[in-house]
Write a protein that binds this ligand. Structure first.
Ligand SMILES: *[C@@H]1O[C@H](CO)[C@@H](O)[C@H](O)[C@H]1NC(C)=O
Ligand SMILES: *[C@@H]1O[C@H](CO)[C@@H](O)[C@H](O)[C@H]1NC(C)=O
Ligand SMILES: *[C@@H]1O[C@H](CO)[C@@H](O)[C@H](O)[C@H]1NC(C)=O
Ligand SMILES: *[C@@H]1O[C@H](CO)[C@@H](O)[C@H](O)[C@H]1NC(C)=O
Length: 339
């Protein structure tokens, strides 16, 4: 049609408009030819959205007929178009005590809530799911998450989940990163964790694990585990965990605010450890000499304990140590010059 009009003289005012036609067409046609989104996955995402509560309309780009690969928080595989990642963490961090009412309201509204629909199972290639910092209002972690078998990353940190952790999360054998910290969860045993053979990062902070006497045996057997965060988990000294096979991989051990009355012996055979946090426990007596065995240690936090006596010489042999906190303990005596 454009060509036909070209042959007749043009009114001057139409001319710029005609020049625009190829530009418009290029944009639209280009977008269409690039439409990656797979129909069934778009439907699944829309169903998932329909069960969510989204007070600030964060998911306004999620509409019927759109290219779901362009939607907020959705990442598709760049050639197959399968939805690979869902980044739906709340975008605002919790305001401090000086925040205005408007800031507080914006923060609360930025959090997604409601129900998590199993339509997510349609996303067969989903490798990363981040729902952290939302407000799911004390629902349980959905059992069907254990069927999202492509997941390598699952982050549900501080998203107001509660109740027993579903053991079938242990079926996620590709999972490398699991953060369930900051929720009101519990688990009577950690046997299920033994199925997470690819796990590198595990955070169960705030979960009640006080009956999970197998936690040391299970976690130290994970072949790739680098970081373990079990703060505020009501853990205490467990006689059954004295003889455990040590983990060669563990680098970070965070046991902040548990109930240990002495430093667990197995810690001293974790020769790869770089950072240990045992602050806020009930450690008594002198600091064990054996810390000198962990020769790569860079960070050691023993603050907020009942440790007494003096600083053992073995700590001075840790020549990579950069941070040592002994505040709020009953330690006495001189501090030697550190070389
Ligand atoms: C597609 O993704 C792969 C790996 O994620 C990357 O190496 C490649 O460069 C990407 N291709 C394009 C066209 O973006
Ligand atoms: C430690 O590992 C050895 C060999 O892998 C095994 O025979 C032994 O039973 C393990 N001990 C414990 C306490 O798990
Ligand atoms: C610390 O290392 C020494 C020397 O290698 C070893 O004999 C001892 O058993 C180790 N202590 C602990 C608690 O692992
Ligand atoms: C250190 O604490 C232990 C256990 O609470 C106590 O038995 C011991 O007498 C204390 N030692 C010193 C030097 O205060």
């Amino acid at each position: 049609m454009a060509i036909a009009t070209m042959t007749t003289p043009l009114p001057i005012s139409l001319f710029p408009f005609l020049l625009l036609i190829p530009a418009i067409c290029f944009t639209v046609c280009h977008a269409n030819s690039n439409l990656l989104c797979i129909q069934s996955e778009r439907e699944a995402l829309l169903k998932f959205k329909n069960h969510l509560i989204d007070p600030s309309n964060r998911l306004s780009s999620w509409v019927e007929g759109g290219d779901c690969c362009e939607w907020t928080g959705v990442v598709c595989h760049n050639s197959t178009g399968h939805v690979n990642q869902l980044h739906l963490a709340a975008p605002l961090s919790e305001p401090d005590g000086f925040a205005t009412n408007a800031e507080m309201e914006a923060y609360y509204n930025s959090r997604l809530g409601g129900k998590i629909n199993p339509s997510l199972l349609e996303l067969k290639h989903l490798s990363s799911l981040d729902l952290s910092y939302n407000d799911f209002n004390s629902i349980h972690i959905p059992k069907f998450f254990g069927l999202l078998e492509s997941l390598t990353y699952l982050n549900l940190c501080r998203a107001q989940f509660q109740g027993a952790i579903p053991h079938n999360l242990g079926n996620l054998s590709k999972l490398q990163y699991l953060d369930l910290g900051g929720n009101n969860l519990k688990s009577k045993t950690l046997q299920w964790v033994s199925g997470l053979s690819s796990l590198q990062y595990l955070d169960l902070s705030y979960a009640d694990l006080h009956t999970a006497n197998d936690w040391v045996q299970v976690t130290l057997k994970l072949p790739s585990l680098l970081e373990l965060h079990f703060s505020r988990c009501s853990l205490d000294n467990d006689p059954s965990s004295i003889n455990v096979n040590s983990s060669k991989s563990l680098v970070v051990l965070d046991l902040f605010r548990n109930r240990f009355s002495s430093v667990p012996k197995w810690i001293f055979s974790l020769h790869g450890l770089v950072s240990i946090d045992l602050s806020g426990n009930s450690l008594e007596g002198p600091i064990p000499d054996y810390f000198g065995n962990i020769s790569f240690l860079e960070v050691l936090d023993l603050s907020w304990n009942h440790l007494n006596s003096s600083i053992p010489n073995s700590l001075y042999s840790l020549n990579r140590l950069q941070f040592l906190s002994l505040r709020d303990t009953q330690l006495q005596g001189p501090i030697s010059k550190i070389n």
